[in-house]
Design a protein. Structure first.
Length: 231
């Protein structure tokens, strides 16, 4: 089942790239493995997947300890400042930076661990009260401040689009994030690149790819429904 799901997602990404006239190499799939057992991750790993996304620090560190070291771990959930120390040096990318205070903590821990930590700024494009992230208007001022910090590098933007029945409804959300990234890239801020757009999940990743996503975060589409009773 996992193999079929995984191959189907990869196929749909390839088809979305074709529709958008994009290179398939421009889009990286992140297998969102939160609440899933290590055995399932190993199965996807054996199919060639090397990018896994986790929502909780404890789960990420537990899996990182036992799984192969060539995995790129993505912290995609809301990150508390007191947990940053546990993932410094272990994550390939933190997707969910939404405050200067959090960025300062990441910077401090990166300096302590003698590493550089790449981050994305989480933008609440749709302005949903239930979601984390800064508004589109707050994004540039925040990035300008974060850019001054040592050992932290802004690589792009991330958004969690609203849950919708019809993925087309999220097209304007993805388009707005892409436009925002282009505007910020044009400012040529030191220590800031807008190479990454992390957007699109199981329900809408094809639309996200068509609108410029470079990372798509797919969990249910690969692993099936989550079992939260185990957490």
């Amino acid at each position: 089942m996992l193999k079929e799901n995984y191959e189907e997602v990869q196929k749909k990404i390839t088809e979305a790239c074709k529709r958008a006239g994009r290179n398939r190499e421009e889009v990286t799939l992140i297998a969102v493995s939160k609440t899933k057992p290590v055995e399932m991750l190993s199965e996807i790993y054996d199919l060639g997947e090397r990018n896994f996304g986790e929502n909780k620090v404890q789960e990420l560190t537990e899996k990182e300890e036992v799984l192969p070291k060539d995995i790129h771990w993505h912290m995609i959930g809301h990150l508390q400042r007191n947990k940053v120390k546990y993932i410094a040096g272990k994550v390939a990318l933190i997707h969910s930076v939404d405050s200067l205070r959090l960025a300062k903590t990441i910077s401090e821990e990166a300096v302590k661990h003698d590493c550089e930590i790449p981050i994305l700024i989480e933008v609440n494009v749709a302005g949903e009260e239930s979601k984390f992230g800064v508004s589109a208007e707050e994004t540039l001022p925040l990035i300008e401040e974060i850019a001054k910090l040592p050992a932290i590098r802004v690589e792009g933007l991330m958004t969690i689009a609203p849950y919708v029945e019809d993925p087309e409804e999220n097209r304007p959300v993805f388009r707005k994030l892409k436009e925002l990234s282009v505007d910020i890239a044009a400012k040529n801020i030191n220590n800031v690149r807008m190479a990454i757009l992390s957007m699109g999940m199981t329900g809408d990743y094809e639309v996200a790819v068509e609108e410029g996503a470079t990372l798509v975060r797919v969990g249910t589409g690969i692993f099936g429904e989550r079992d939260y009773s185990k957490r």
